[in-house]
Design a protein around this ligand. Sequence first.
Ligand code: GAR
Length: 205
Amino acid sequence: MLNERIRIAVLVSGGGTNLQALIDAQAAGKLKSGKLALVLSNNPGAYALERAKLAGIPTAVIDKKKCGAEVFEDRLIAALQENGIDLIILAGFMCILSKRFTDLFRRRILNVHPSLIPSFCGEGFYGLRVHEAALERGVKVTGATVHFVNEIPDGGEIILQKSVRIFQNDTPERLQKRVMRQAEWKLLPAAAEKISKELLEERKA
Ligand code: GAR
């Protein structure tokens, strides 16, 4: 029991390239303190589910549109507990979690956000919208952040950040890809390993 790895659930809604970065890190032995134990989506059509299946990771779908916000969280909590999950990673998960949920998993939920928090974050800033806002504002540097999740959207303690340059002819799509490639896909596996390692050490203490 003491030598077991930290059981990680990855929560997704869409394409799942950040999930893929975690899967690749696990395959390469870079995620060694944690194990990807469950991929859970609020969206039955998320391509991330296919990525999980290809990697042999158990999947679950809880359709928030069908069951409503409160039942959704009840089912989410039940699935996490049934699977013995220690650490939750939000990887392109487009649902805001309640204080009840974040209090239950305090310092055990990580999120990757495609900007340098506190810029371009909080409610309404997700996906491509974040990069559109950065280009509209004319900033010259953006990046990505991995942080703990609390009741304030994108407001939890920052774990890792990496900056990315913006070029004059950037489009939101081009910028999104550069931020993913240069920052998100590196930061998220690194943060997953860092926090899993810390949790393992805590368990052994
Ligand atoms: C990523 O850029 C992620 O940082 C962002 O959505 C994208 C999901 O892509 N998340 C947010 O904006 C959350 N506020 P993916 O499904 O390919 O990982």
